[in-house]
Ligand binder design. Sequence first.
Ligand code: APR
Length: 232
Amino acid sequence: MDKKPKIAVLTGAGISAESGLSTFRDSDGLWEKYPVYDVATPEAWSKNPALVLEFYNQRRRKVAEAKPNAAHHALVELESAYDVTIVTQNVDDLHERAGSSQVIHVHGLITQARSTKDPNLIFDIRYNNIGLDDRCPLGSPLRPHIVWFGESVQHFEEGAASVETADKVMVIGTSLTVYPAAGMADLARPEAEKVLVTLESDFIPTGFIHYPQKAAEIVPSIVKDWIAGIKA
Ligand code: APR
């Protein structure tokens, strides 16, 4: 059987906006309401773990209430014609709940907790809170499995390889401001077809066609065109 052409999809908070989850840097974004250094840094965790846990417990409750939208679902359909890898900066699980089969989380996953003693000890907690007194089997506190500012991204090499080898690249709902994840768009091959779906963008990476539209509105039609291109 012929191998399917490859697509890499880079996603950020904008793809989940229409599922009711706040983005970070839009006018009503999370970092307007919560000073990022108070809730999303190792220093914040040392200074006030209760506040950090409450921030992520609230985020997790919102994720539990949210449902995948038409953009998440369309990316699943893409798998009928392509080998699709989603590299997401999002910590929600909406790609998985929609049914995407290859999802790489470079900034962690809110439905997991990890040991503060051994970062390789990671636990599925579904939508349950993490409490101040919760401990890993080694006896150390549990923290959210989230990449905070100043920490290393996860699975970078794997994500980068999927972009470098892709025949088409779709970037959705990210301001492309947080590195190194933002730099992944630049790894796309010059001959790859490249699209960027964001309501607003300060810059468009080289070779990308920009669709300044809501993800849930435009992604399904891009997906339809890309599938039709294969089957034509
Ligand atoms: N459809 C498409 N794009 C949208 C929509 C929508 N419905 N709503 C907002 N956007 C776009 C915005 O125009 C913006 O370009 O999504 C982008 C959201 O940008 P950010 O809020 O900066 O989110 P993101 O790029 O995912 O943030 C990166 O920053 O603090 C961190 O770790 C956090 O992973 C996150 C990282």
